[in-house]
Design a protein around this ligand. Structure first.
Ligand SMILES: [Zn+2]
Length: 453
């Protein structure tokens, strides 16, 4: 009585290629973990394995997305924001975002996560900081959507409390007061945050940026994150406009301001990190602060290019993020790997940046940004989070090295994706999700939002 029959272990057998050492014949997954790597010429020692034939698949650790704004899938390629840099781009979009509804938000989040999953993503963060009246439970809606889809998430309770009336950038209708923000942050952490290996839902705290949040809220958020032992996230060093804003308002550079607020620590991962000096990069490395590199967004907004190699050589860990869908405007993490590869290679040359570096940023590097050691790598004891790609599309025809082909030929769609031992994408589709219906409902919601009705 009471003995649950154990689910048989699964041997993902003889992959075409795999991003792991000593796993030429594949890996064995039991429950939610990787329990065995099978080297060339060997068979699994795990008893009673079922088999998944992976002979025409390239196997990667599941990709990890370290920066996004899911709600922005409702405002892709908005005419008023096209061809603008960050500050005027934001000013064109804030009034539209002020009209978000719970229904539209649920659709937006589902669309963003579905896009990510189909591109090989197994863990994502999201930075949600727009809380107009009626959207107080945005993060609750988001947790429910993630749980429906089976994606591993690190959702942030974002915030803005410095509006136009106080010299900030956002309109008054999308900000909240400090007490409301802190109380809701604590509520969300206590309700949803799981700690330890295998966590499916984690919560972090994420004031939007130095130009939309007060110093008091920056400091109190860092204190609260320390007390609750959760991670901290914000945008930093994205544009020259931001440097000017900091100089004028706080008489220092963004990183000095961050440090003054108690934010220069290993608890923090920062989106963008473009405009840092060599000395600032050393300070980031000493503190253990990590960076989410967002190459597509940075190129779209002409913000500049993150000095990824200089940072890694100084000891700063780098992850990848697709960023919000108003500045990318897609959520394809595999394409982001290629974008990072191209941008950084053009900056640093062929000997310093390879396709393997770009894949490492999206996996082990991104895991460091999320503060986790149980994901981002194919090794015994790690979570069974995997992305499998086929090379049977036209774009791969004639390719030699399968791992290089994913990046160089432009892989964009995973064939199978596994999170914690469970397939969440099968044959290029999300089981149980009617994509055509989702696109119809989401497009309709976006039309209503953009028309301001
Ligand atoms: Zn962002």
């Amino acid at each position: 009585m009471g003995m649950q029959p154990k689910k048989p272990a699964l041997w993902i057998k003889d992959p075409l290629a795999i991003l792991a050492v000593g796993a030429e014949r594949g890996i064995v997954v039991q429950d939610d973990r990787i329990v065995e790597l099978v080297a060339a010429g060997r068979h699994p020692t795990t008893p009673d394995v079922a088999t998944y034939e992976a002979g025409d698949r390239v196997v990667l650790p599941g990709l990890i997305n370290t920066h996004h704004h899911f709600y922005q899938t409702l405002t892709r390629a908005v005419p008023a924001a096209i061809n603008r840099e960050l500050f005027p781009w934001l000013q064109a979009l804030y009034p539209i975002w002020a009209g978000l509804t719970p229904h539209a938000l649920d659709l937006a989040m589902t669309v963003a996560m579905a896009e990510l999953m189909l591109s090989g993503c197994t863990t994502t963060t999201d930075h949600h900081y727009v809380f107009p009246a009626g959207l107080e439970d945005s993060i609750d809606i988001e947790v429910a959507a993630a749980q429906r889809l089976g994606l591993r998430v690190l959702l942030t309770r974002g915030s803005m409390n410095l509006s136009q009336r106080d010299g900030g950038l956002p309109p008054d209708s999308v900000v909240q007061d400090e007490d409301t923000i802190l109380a809701d942050s604590e509520r969300l952490v206590r309700r949803y945050h799981q700690s330890g290996a295998g966590a499916m839902v984690q919560i972090a705290l994420a004031p939007c940026s130095p130009f939309s949040v007060t110093t008091s809220l920056m400091r109190s958020t860092a204190d609260l994150a320390g007390r609750l032992n959760v991670r901290l996230h914000t945008h930093l060093a994205e544009t020259e406009d931001e440097n000017r804003f900091c100089q004028e308002k706080y008489h220092c550079r963004p990183l000095d301001y961050l440090e003054d607020c108690g934010w220069l620590s290993e608890r923090v991962w920062l989106a963008h990190g473009i405009h840092f000096t060599d000395d600032e990069i050393k300070r980031l490395a000493r503190a253990g602060t990590t960076i989410a590199h967002c190459p597509c967004s940075n190129q779209t907004l002409a913000s500049g290019a993150c000095p990824v190699c200089a940072m890694e050589e100084a000891g700063v860990r780098i992850g990848l993020g697709v960023d919000g869908s108003a500045s990318n405007d897609g959520s394809n993490l595999m394409q982001e790997v290629r974008a990072a590869f191209l941008l950084q290679r053009s900056r640093y040359g062929v000997t310093r940046v390879s396709h393997r570096d770009a894949l490492r940023w999206a996996t082990a590097g991104s895991a460091a940004c999320t503060g986790r050691t149980d994901i981002g790598e194919i090794a015994v004891g790690k979570m069974a989070d995997l992305a499998l790609f086929g090379l049977d599309e036209l774009r791969f025809s004639g390719s030699g090295d399968p791992l290089a082909a994913l990046v160089l030929c432009g892989a964009h769609r995973a064939d199978r994706v596994m999170v914690g031992g469970r397939w969440i994408v099968e044959d290029g589709e999300i089981p149980g999700l009617d994509l055509a219906a989702l696109i119809m409902r989401h497009s309709a919601a976006a039309r209503v939002l953009q028309s301001g009705r």
